[in-house]
Design a protein around this ligand. Sequence first.
Ligand SMILES: NC(=O)c1ccc[n+]([C@@H]2O[C@H](COP(=O)([O-])OP(=O)(O)OC[C@H]3O[C@@H](n4cnc5c(N)ncnc54)[C@H](O)[C@@H]3O)[C@@H](O)[C@H]2O)c1
Ligand SMILES: N[C@@H](CCC=O)C(=O)O
Length: 546
Amino acid sequence: MHNAYFHFAAPQNEPVLNYAPGSPERAALKKQLAAFKAAPADIPMYIGGKEVRTGKTVDIRPPHEIKHKLGHFHMGDASHVQTAIDAALAAQAQWAATPWEQRAAIFLRAAELIATKYRYHMNAATMLGQSKNAYQAEIDSACELIDFLRFNVHYLGEIYKQQPYSPAGIHNRTEYRPLEGFVLAVTPFNFTAIGGNLPTAPAMCGNVVVWKPANTQVFAASMFMQILLEAGLPDGVINLVYAEGPVLGDVCFAHRHFAGIHFTGSTGVFQQMWKTIGGNIDKYRSYPRIVGETGGKDFVVAHASAPVDVVVTALARGAFEYQGQKCSAASRAYLPDSMADEVLEKLKATLGTMKMGTVEDFGNFINAVIDERSFDKISAYIAQAKKDPKVKIIAGGNYSKTDGYFIEPTVIHTTDPKYRTMCEEIFGPVLTVYTYKADQFEETLQLVDSTSDYALTGSILATDRYAIELATRKLVNSAGNFYINDKPTGAVVGQQPFGGARASGTNDKAGSMLNLYRWLNARTIKETMVPPVDYRYAFLRADDDV
Ligand SMILES: NC(=O)c1ccc[n+]([C@@H]2O[C@H](COP(=O)([O-])OP(=O)(O)OC[C@H]3O[C@@H](n4cnc5c(N)ncnc54)[C@H](O)[C@@H]3O)[C@@H](O)[C@H]2O)c1
Ligand SMILES: N[C@@H](CCC=O)C(=O)O
């Protein structure tokens, strides 16, 4: 029963706690880290609201301390994916019919639970499972996830309010239905907040969801699933399964009721999914919505007018926070010859102060990369660079996987602007720098635009307003998130809607109205108050009819 219009006011961003020495949040987080390490977790799938254990377990180990076992999760197979789809479809009608304000309350309650009761659980799980330091976990698994939930509730309310014009005698209205079928959410390892947003954004819109996180993010993902259930999410609305990607794809993409994919991950995986969906197009009841945010090769262009310390800091933070494992991370930089030597010298000195190690030692800025596969891939780029005459490693370059997957923040200098580490996504702590002639700024912008297939994020650092204007114009299609005098990372929900174009994705801007529209299927309703009773137009009528 709806006897009122319900309004969800625009929220404020969740304040970021700083975990300074002596702060209560630091003590609480350390306590939670110790608790997780002391009690290995047995993590089930959640299908139709039930915990499902298969006995086929996969160990979870902190990437920075691989000898320690945090617990294990139960791996599923094709039958569990099928059961998850069945559970979702069984929940569909009742969930779609649930009044919006009742659905919204569940997600607002989940946000509140994370902000209060479970903040340190979420952060500690992310720190240990994904090797993030306390600050990087706080901005991800607490603040960004809370913001996604609260802002999406507000945005969806704003969408529902949008109604067409009705002239006299007619009432026009638009109803924002969920999609017919289930939505598949496939999420990456690097952001707990993305893991949470991808299933909840469609679910909030009244859709039912099958959610598969990356194996290396299951520890925090399962914690969020428990919070959703505690917040009152009905059984079957979101079903959390762990399965090999191709197994998942085989079942979901061949299903008649597959209604859409909400994906974040690498470009290659997304393109393969799109091809499979295209090949199966005649199987589906409706055209599936395909939303994917993927890889990046994000740039920083410094103009000769930029202050050196601004450039050094933007590169140090932009390239190396969370070991460069952000799709937005600065991974290619263009420095004018007027300042390149000074910037590189100061950058090397800055990186020398960054301590690397476990997440429990809060003095460490750098932790480990996510897993052995990633370690091997990143270190192979560095090993190759050491041999290549076109490039020189000017900082870092060492790595070890004895205790954890540690790679030093590494800076490569190249004389070839199309060297492979200027073009390919490495997804690790590796920055490649090219020096350009300061009087060739405009030509360099052309180079930036044409060097990589990606177009996710990028920065221009300058004080000269003409340079800023030129870069903004010339790089109009080079990045979906463009930063002036800032690093290219750290988008905040509600402030900088996030996503890129070209090979970087469909640019549906997570955490914004643009994204929510993709999970809605509008129905237009026209109601005529006094219907006509004669088919003839006035000019067809005989004079004696008038
Ligand atoms: N643009 C963005 O907003 C954004 C944000 C975060 C990460 N990323 C990108 O994500 C990548 C890093 O994350 P990752 O290593 O977890 O990515 P990934 O592509 O390896 O995995 C992403 C998800 O896809 C699943 N998957 C892998 N192969 C599959 C298959 N064949 N079928 C179905 N599912 C499959 C994985 O298990 C995981 O859940 C980087 O390329 C990064 O740029 C992009
Ligand atoms: N939204 C995050 C990046 C997400 C990708 O990994 C940022 O803006 O840094």
